[in-house]
Design a binder for this molecule. Sequence first.
Ligand SMILES: [Zn+2]
Length: 185
Amino acid sequence: MSTEAFNYCPRCARPLVECSIGEAGGVSTVRRACAGECGFVQWNNPVPCVGALIEHEGDILLARNRAWPEGMFALVTGYLEAFEDPRSAVAREVREETGLEAVESHVIGNYIFERKNEVMLCYHVLARGTVALGEELAEYRRVKPEKLRPWKRATGLAVADWMRSRGLPFEWIERPSLPTERDRT
Ligand SMILES: [Zn+2]
């Protein structure tokens, strides 16, 4: 989970209570904090994730997570391991989820995904090899770069920025809602 929902302090096991921690430019400053003296505050900082716009043999490879509805395809994404470099993480996710080797990766940009309180670190990844899907993915789809149709959130914004950088015109689409919260590893 990106938004840890503790009821008790993970340090000293006392209850957490809501408290104001001061002003910060219009952003809510109420946080859950330890009712005791240990000083624990549940900051609820966004969790970083990597997202890969995979280019393979001239196509963009989009994937459908097993938890997603039919017809919904997106970038390959995943959480970083502890202390992992983001570029290593995106190469690892590409390898684990598609079986492909990342030959080059270039930063597209960083995007907040409000619903899950995550920051997506998105890369364009040139990959080679033979596709062999990992257990998280149900299927994949090859799309010509000029046929991509981004949605206006998180990884979709990365797709749009990448298309703009290539001079490719595009139209936005509506994204279907997801059935589960836990849709990446
Ligand atoms: Zn405590």
